[in-house]
Design a binder for this molecule. Sequence first.
Ligand code: PLP
Length: 407
Amino acid sequence: MIRINENYTKLKASYLFSDIAKRVTAFQEANPEKDVIKLGIGDVTRALPQACIDAFHKAVDDMADEANFHGYGPEQGYAFLREAIAENDFQSRGADIAPDEIFVSDGAKCDTGNIQEIFAGDARIAIPDPVYPVYLDTNVMAGRTGLSKDGRYEGVVYLDCKEENGFIPALPEQPVDLIYLCFPNNPTGTTITKEQLKAWVDYARENRAIILYDAAYEAFVTDENIPRSIYEVEGAKEVAIEFRSFSKTAGFTGTRCAFTVVPKELMAWDEEGSAHSVHALWNRRHCTKFNGVSYPVQKAAAAVYSEEGKAQVKELVTYYLNNAAIIRKEMSALGYQLVGGDNSPYIWINGKTDSWEFFDLLLNKAGVVCTPGAGFGSCGNGFIRISAFNSLENVEKAMARIREALK
Ligand code: PLP
């Protein structure tokens, strides 16, 4: 009799986006004349930068021509992309990352989800609350947690992110082995200073722990004092893996390209206390289970680093940051406490009531969809997340409606 992986039965069904969809459908059926503006799901709305489109087209033409055709590529990604990433995203900012420490993939979701499998089944994990749910659910699937009770899994060290700590978690009081951090943060939109990040790097070095640093939103950091990579912090190469994505940087959510940085100095230990290269382990895993990102997509991603590509990506990010500034200004003027939206596309708003009540209020009175904070963890209750990923016109319309509804 074939048996299932029973850890899957511990997973709490994620009703967040289906519940949102149900409520939106019910509202639209009851109010067919009203259009709904969606500032909920974190998906981009603008087209790919022209430099990426041009490179994409050209690479597709290469595939039509036997002389330039590409079959299987290197699993870790083509050198042209890995070199461009190392030089532009890291070396230019003083972070000494080499091209062969970069693993190109089809998404930061897969990488942040898959990375845990190279570590021990009984590794102690620390996960922020609220959080991008992938980190938690993949550890539940792997059996690193007990059952869920009152909204929290047994065996997980939760790192509370609340107004009291400026949504930056304190170091754990008990020893942990794997630490998930995400900055600029989804869902709170907060960023971390170099000093605050250094405290985590020091903790990891002292405790022989590893930090899994999700920097999927780094392109939104415009303040030069805020680190865009954990490797800007001294010593981080010994203790951190960083995840990046072209999804939000360059509108690749539907095109799919991302990368993970695993420095060669990063070590983890076996039961006997012998050190093993995490780079070698991830390389083994990646080559066994992944066959590389398509050539045209990698060419499109590499175009992000051309002169035109850089300018176009900057324009794209500035566009969404301008939306975020409008949302910040309008919600603050209405008297709400909020964070995020200045170096991030997300604004985290204290709704002063239950998350879902505030969600319903915005939907029913303003026809605007946000995301209830409770869906990201118990510390998210009372908050909503508003996303800046929409057209300027829709953001302005949504804010005018909210102003009218809440005045
Ligand atoms: N990490 C965070 C924090 C995210 O919010 C998202 C997507 O919303 C991802 C990773 C996934 O990125 P990708 O599209 O590269 O899979």
